[in-house]
Design a protein around this ligand. Sequence first.
Ligand SMILES: Cc1cc2nc3c(=O)[nH]c(=O)nc-3n(C[C@H](O)[C@H](O)[C@H](O)COP(=O)(O)OP(=O)(O)OC[C@H]3O[C@@H](n4cnc5c(N)ncnc54)[C@H](O)[C@@H]3O)c2cc1C
Length: 372
Amino acid sequence: MGERTDRRTWLKTTLLAGFGGSVAARCARPSTPAPVRLPPVRVARDRIIRTTVGLRPSRPSGFVLRAESHGEKTIIHNYGHGGSGMSLSWGTAHLAADLALETGATRFGVIGAGVIGLSTARLLQQRGRDVTIYARDLPPRTTSNMSAAWFGPTGASEAEHTTPAFEEVWHRATRLSHRHFQDYLGDEYGVRWVPYYSFSQNPPNPQGQQRGLGRLITDLYPETAQLEPSEHPFPAPYVRRRWTMRFEPPVYLNALMRDVRLAGARIVVREFADLDALLAPDEPALVNCTGLGARPLFGDAELHPVKGQLTVLLPQPEVDYMVVGGGLYMLSRRDGIVLGGTQQADDWSLEPSETEMDRVMSGHAQFFSAMA
Ligand SMILES: Cc1cc2nc3c(=O)[nH]c(=O)nc-3n(C[C@H](O)[C@H](O)[C@H](O)COP(=O)(O)OP(=O)(O)OC[C@H]3O[C@@H](n4cnc5c(N)ncnc54)[C@H](O)[C@@H]3O)c2cc1C
């Protein structure tokens, strides 16, 4: 456990120095009372069970979803979901499957076995198509396995590069995903609703309005409420509680792999060195779900890595909530307490950074030791 910190001192120092999330919207009061007692996370070095690194496939203008002809073949792109690929997976898979079916093909090659490839393959199967999945890496060795992961679709593009056209597609994909994931709730797939607390050092804006893409989906976060200090144990002046879906990538991706296999998918472990190699399989239509791999394959220079590192502590089953604020987050999963909040653009290294781990650990240690 980190050093004990007085709650008021913590508020004045750490919080004001930056442990505060985006401005929260003031929303209607909840009909049910907020929990007043929440167990803190025990943050200590000797509780660390692993550190993981993943490279988010980021594109400032958002994911690519379109069909492209290459001689007699069609390639449908579905890649570049940045920090929101888990959240958007079913949504863009639905839209990619629609494009795929327009080709009239009955056999498809899906390139990639991360969350995007597996979801797309599954939906094609559900529409009666025959699927072969080609991938260099299978779960558990995909970026998707390294995600946190909760339903947070707004990290798919950067505000200043988001066009109205993208916003529209993103909005459709987000709602499709949000609905589809609810068919996977439960332990078998590792999907469930959790209370999500977010912090700010600033009061919510008076109109209670959200900015950016988030403004379009406030209804997807039920029972949102701005809490009074007496209603929560956190050392923060402004706390909002809402509900979101949390995914457990190891459970979820294994279950998807099982599902596509049971439905007859062939899985071929193969790395494609270039576009010519990718066009070699005999399926007439391919769906490109290669994530960051699309950069070399298709010369997409906008696609770049944003490195993210997670420090995972021993599971604490009594901790059943998540917190986000000041660039840090904590998510409780059955396979551990996940501490995150690192984003290093254009860093291709898969080596964990000690500096980032220290920052994440000390920020969380101070925060949780100051809980009432
Ligand atoms: C620390 C961290 C936290 C995250 N948290 C969240 C979160 O809370 N919520 C959320 O929605 N998202 C989150 N994300 C983002 C999410 O993990 C990604 O957006 C998502 O995993 C991308 O999935 P993908 O299937 O496109 O890519 P990947 O999982 O990387 O899969 C790509 C597949 O393509 C294959 N491939 C690539 N190139 C080739 C090639 N040349 N030949 C053959 N196969 C190839 C790979 O082997 C792999 O099978 C997080 C990411 C990180 C790193």
